[in-house]
Design a protein around this ligand. Structure first.
Ligand code: AR6
Length: 186
């Protein structure tokens, strides 16, 4: 399937369908939970394929924060363990039903913004995002997708943040949704 691509500030932004744990980019983003404890969905897949070192690093981060969980919108980074990606950026999306739509949108945007800020701070140049919050956390994909694309676009135009950015979609429906939105916002 031909993938949809746009260029924003020298960054190639593309939509891809498949398992994020197979991508050999500098960093993949994990849709984590506040305790970075691992779980199902993309989180489970990343820990399974990356091996136990990722959980050890996550636990160390939580300890360093004085055993405080992450808030929705925050992001932290670990190595990628056995993954083809060098690093994993763990971000906690909002649980959709716990916020007003406006608050949820702000937290979701913060996930993308803070993940890209970490990427820049580490001097990394390629990244893949899953549809944060759109699985177990219940964010409707058709609401989350325009927020994800808009936030990424704003950040790339402001910061020249990276060379390659992938929206990694799991379902055919999400692939179509992101492809359309990328074209729409281009
Ligand atoms: N590659 C790419 N995308 C995936 C993969 C994969 N291997 N697996 C699932 N997705 P979710 P959330 C898509 O539930 O909603 C965990 O238990 C999936 O189709 O993984 O942020 C955590 O520990 C969906 O579009 O994340 C938290 O407790 C998207 O990834 C909680 O779930 C996100 O679905 C986080 O929930």
């Amino acid at each position: 399937m031909p993938s949809t691509q746009v260029q924003w500030n020298n960054c190639t932004v593309e939509v891809w369908q498949g398992d994020i744990t197979t991508l050999a980019v500098d960093a993949i983003v994990n849709a984590a939970n506040p305790w970075l404890a691992g779980g199902g969905g993309v989180d489970g897949a990343i820990h399974r394929r990356g091996g136990p070192v990722i959980l050890q690093e996550c636990q160390a981060i939580i300890r360093q924060r004085g055993n405080k969980p992450l808030e929705a919108g925050e992001a932290v980074i670990t190595t990628g363990g056995q993954l083809p990606a060098r690093y994993v950026i763990h971000t906690v999306g909002p649980v959709y039903r716990e916020w007003t739509p406006q608050q949820a949108a702000e937290r979701l945007a913060a996930c993308y913004r803070n993940s890209l800020a970490l990427l820049r701070q580490q001097g990394l140049r390629s990244i893949a995002f899953p549809g944060i919050s759109t699985g177990a956390y219940g964010y409707p994909p058709e609401e989350a997708c325009p927020i994800a694309v808009r936030t990424v676009r704003e950040q790339l135009l402001t910061h020249n943040a990276c060379d390659r950015l992938i929206f990694c979609t799991f379902s055919e429906r999400d692939y179509q949704l992101y492809s359309l939105e990328l074209t729409r916002q281009n």
